[in-house]
Each structure stands twice: as C-alpha cells, then as structure tokens.
Design a protein around this ligand. Structure first.
Ligand SMILES: NC(=O)C1=CN([C@@H]2O[C@H](COP(=O)(O)OP(=O)(O)OC[C@H]3O[C@@H](n4cnc5c(N)ncnc54)[C@H](O)[C@@H]3O)[C@@H](O)[C@H]2O)[C@@H](O)CC1
Ligand SMILES: [K+]
Length: 500
C-alpha cells in the first residue's frame, strides 16, 4: 500500500471528484459518515458526553458533519469551532449551515477563556487540523490541545492528530494531540510510522473513502506499507517435484564462547523458513551444543572459542553472518579477510555489522544485494546520527543506494529499504523485544533467500512472518513470556495465514 504525501492526497481527492462525478462536499460526507458509523458501532447510543472540536478548514468540515450525524442519532454532544482564522473552507461553511438549519449552533471559541470544561470520561472528537496543517499550532488552539492532553480523555482524531504534520518533521516543542485513536482516510500518513511520533499516534486505522483506484495506481511514491496482499504475491508455492536441493543451502556463520545459542537460533530459523540444507560454521566449543540441539544442521568448526579463520568447506547458496560472533581482534581480522574474497550473497547482522561499522571501507566488499539487518543503534554506528526520523529515512535510502544493499532497519514498523524504495512492516509486537529475536530474523531471511526468493522479497517476507508469528503467539502466550524460540513455534501458523 502506498503512503501518500498530503499533496498526493489532495491530488487523489481532486481526481476522485472528477472521475466519480461527485462534489467535494459529497466526498466529505462519505468520509464523515464512515467516522460516524465507527463511533456509533462502538458507543451504541451511550449517553456519555461527546465534545467535537472543529477547525475552520475541511478537517473541521468533517467534524461538523460527524456532529450532525451524532445529533441525529440522539447522542449527547457539544460542538465547538476553534475560530483561529477568518478563512473558512467552502465545505466547512456548508456543513456549518446544515447544523444551523437543524437549530444546533456550534459554539465559537475565540480565546483560551472560552475553552470548555473537559472531563476524563468525555469522548473528544478532534477535527481541528488534518493534512492541511502548515505551521506550528499556537494561541488558544494549542491551549485546548494541551488541556486535552493533560486530562487525557479518550480522544478520537479525525484523519490526523491535530498538530502533527503528515509527512514533515514537527519542531521541538510543537503542541500535538496525544490521540487515543486515529481514524485516517484512505491510507496511513508517513508520520504515523515514525518512532518520534509514538506519543501522538498510539493506534490508528484506515477508513476507506474509495478514492479513484486508477489514479491511486498511477501515483509514484517511495514509501509503502507491507500488506497481506503484497506478501501473498511474494509467496511461492512449492513445486511437487522439488527435493532438498531445490531449496538451497544456507550457511550460518555465528557464535562465540557463551553465545552459541545465537547460531543455534539462526540455524534453526533458516531450516524452519524452508532452506533445503543448513550448515553452521561456529567455534569448536559449540560443536556438541549445536549438533545436539538441531540434528538437521551440519556443522563445521573454526578455532576453539571464537571465529578466526572463516575457512568452511561447504558451498552455500547464501550466508547469514554475525549472530553471536563478538568483536574480538581475531574475529574482526578473520571477518575482514573473509569479506575481501567472498562473493556469496549474505545476510549481515549483529556483531558482523558492528565490525564493519568500525571498518567502513569493507562496506564496498559486500556482494551486491546483500541484506543488512541493523537495529537503530547498529545503524547509527554505520551512518552516524540523525536529526529526526525523516533524516534517518533519508540516510537509509542513501546508504542502501551507495552500497547496493537491502537494509532492514528493525523496530516497530521495521523499514526494509532497497535504494529509495522503503517498505514499512506492520506486523509484530513488543514480544519481539527479547534476546535472540534478531538472530531468528537473520535465519528466516537467509533461509528464504536460500530457497530462491529474491533478496528484497525475502527481506520483506521474512520481517512480515517474524512479526506475524509473534502476533499469533499471543493466542497462547503473553508479550512477557514469549521468547525468541517461540517465534519458530508459530512460524507455521504465519506461513499458513499467508497461504490461505
Ligand atoms: N475533498 C477533500 O479534500 C476531503 C478532505 N477531507 C478532510 O480535509 C482535511 C484537509 O482539509 P484542509 O486542506 O482544509 O486543511 P485542514 O482542515 O487540515 O487545515 C485547515 C486550514 O488551516 C490553515 N492552517 C494550517 N496550519 C495552521 C495553523 N497552524 N494555524 C492556523 N491555521 C492553520 C490552512 O490554511 C489549512 O488549509 C483532511 O485532513 C480531511 O480531514 C476529508 O473530508 C475527505 C475529503
Ligand atoms: K484532526
């Protein structure tokens, strides 16, 4: 699913009016009716007080239309207009008149003194600013938002939490509604997916206002959200005549004394993701552990307690490298030497990334289309810091382009980058914030590449499955009790969900 900028949203709105032969007012009515239906379905006539706060643009127009539906259905509502500007939009005025004709005059707020009392049991509908926000919210409008944030009632943001920009960084100290939930039109805005904005956008859902499909298809964007539809198109049915050789040979290079488990988890994950064969190349001290934990995996060993020589004999399709290797001098030297000659595609994680970050000249030695899976701290070591989440995304794009690698930047909404193309993954939960979860991801992506998935597809698919397994796991476990090996217990369910 494409993530549109506010300019692209306006263009899509305009194309929809033209192609569907409807007016802007009708499109607003469509949007507002969906919002009303959402509220009505949840409240089912609940007599609690609903305060609808409207701006004077089209987001405010939505609010007035929602207020009208709520009144018509007997809800206990008070509707306010924040009179911050003389410039009212046509659709705002039209909806204002409709309310007036019903004898329901919204209350104008012209100063901080006129802000009403708010109770923590009220439902707040925030229709002050949407995608049209152009500058920092100030004056009594910001006072109102501060008051709502302080009292913290359930606040439902229409399209956007007021004060948040759709696709630009906010300034330090901007006043933004900490919305409890956001109903957004057509698709998520880029700002929803960025960690800095977490306080404002704790949960959101899309209301499909049926913008012109053909026009949406034609829009070009660098930002996308991974959908089940995309994942189903990536998934490859297995050929009935296939054999273990068909699904490639993964080599996991990992482990050091005390961290053999990382190699175990990654190897098992590669197998469970469907790699035909899996070998592990580990320090000698891990031999018995690995053989005993996963009999399906073949093992080759390096020196006693750490990796040093990197002289394995097998001939893998793809290598997953880094889990648990540490950053000792010997391992660093060995890895650097290995990188100089290696042409096999790789998934590079953890300490392999940290070693490369200290020896950046070797980034150029990575085989084209290798996958790097840093968490934000590891990525910071590779590229230096960033001013804000938007600059982080720019750095992600330029890094991916410069070194011709796929980067998976891990986090809530992990971002998978291939040059300028960024895909935000929606699956997962805090259960994944557990030791070994990254090793499992490395193994899954490596195992997918081994069996013939394109590397970008494998990164997208792997991240999606990894997150989905954790979601499905919540049927039996909790976010606290779920551990990394549980990801693999639920991987079959995740695959099954994709296959169905
Ligand atoms: N046909 C359409 O265009 C549709 C629009 N919709 C709604 O329309 C919204 C966009 O409406 P608008 O473009 O009117 O913009 P907004 O309603 O988001 O903002 C109102 C206006 O306030 C002014 N403004 C911006 N920042 C300000 C600030 N800090 N202080 C004071 N004034 C400021 C701007 O001139 C802006 O146009 C969407 O978010 C959505 O809610 C929906 O009804 C769907 C259909
Ligand atoms: K809003």
């Amino acid at each position: 699913m494409k993530i549109l900028s506010s300019d692209q949203m306006y263009a899509a709105d305009a194309a929809t009016l033209k192609n569907q032969g409807i007016t802007s007012l009708e499109l607003m009515e469509r949007a507002a009716t969906l919002c009303f239906n959402w509220i009505h379905e949840k409240l089912k006539g609940d007599p609690r007080r609903i305060l609808v706060f409207c701006g004077v643009g089209n987001n405010g127009g939505d609010g007035l239309a929602i207020a009208r539906h709520l009144i018509q259905h007997g809800y206990n509502i008070s509707c306010y207009v924040l009179n911050y500007s003389e410039k009212r939009s046509g659709e705002f005025l039209e909806n204002y008149n409709r309310l007036k004709e019903m004898g329901e005059w919204p209350t104008m707020i012209n100063s901080s003194e006129e802000i009403p009392e708010i109770d923590s049991d009220d439902l707040i509908v925030d229709a002050i600013f949407g995608i049209g926000l152009k500058r920092t919210v100030s004056g009594f409008t910001s006072e109102l938002i501060k008051k709502i944030n302080a009292i913290s009632p359930f606040s439902l943001a229409i399209d956007m939490p007021s004060g948040l920009y759709a696709n630009n960084p906010n300034c330090e100290g901007d006043i933004i509604l900490e919305a409890t939930h956001t109903l957004t039109f057509q698709g998520p805005k880029l700002s929803f997916l960025l960690p800095n904005n977490a306080p404002f956008i704790s949960s959101w859902e899309i209301l499909n206002i049926a913008l012109d499909e053909e026009y949406l298809q034609s829009i070009k964007t660098e930002y996308n959200v991974v959908t089940k539809f995309l994942i189903c198109s990536i998934y490859k049915e297995r050929d009935q005549f296939s054999h273990k050789g068909t699904f490639g040979h993964t080599l996991i290079i990992g482990g050091s004394y005390g961290k053999i488990g990382a190699a175990v988890l990654a190897s098992r994950a590669a197998l469970k993701a469907g790699s035909g064969l899996v070998s592990a190349y580990i320090p000698k001290c891990g031999y018995n552990i690995l053989q005993a934990s996963i009999p399906e995996v073949m093992v080759e060993v390096d020196s006693e307690n750490e990796l040093h020589h990197f002289n394995f004999k097998c001939n893998p399709t793809v290598i997953g490298i880094g889990p648990g290797i540490g950053t000792s001098e010997k391992t660093t030297k060995g890895l650097i030497n290995f990188l100089k000659d290696n042409a096999t595609p790789m998934v590079v994680d953890a300490d392999a990334l940290n070693i490369i970050a200290l020896n950046k000249e070797f980034l150029n030695s990575l085989p084209k289309n290798s996958v790097l899976t840093p968490h934000p701290r590891e990525f910071e070591r590779l590229v230096g810091g960033w001013k804000n989440d938007y600059e982080k995304l720019e750095k992600l794009q330029s890094f991916s382009k410069e070194y011709k690698v796929i980067v998976v930047l891990k986090g809530k909404y992990s971002v998978i980058a291939n040059g300028n193309q960024l895909y935000f993954n929606p699956t997962g939960n805090t259960a994944l914030a557990t030791g070994g979860s990254g090793d499992v991801l490395t193994g899954i992506i490596t195992g997918l590449i081994a069996q013939g998935y394109d590397t970008f597809d494998a990164a997208i698919f792997g991240v999606y499955l990894h997150g989905l397994s954790a979601e499905i796991g919540m049927e039996n476990l909790t976010e606290e009790t779920f551990i990394a090996s549980d990801i693999l217990s639920y991987l079959s369910n995740a695959f099954r969900e994709v296959k169905n």
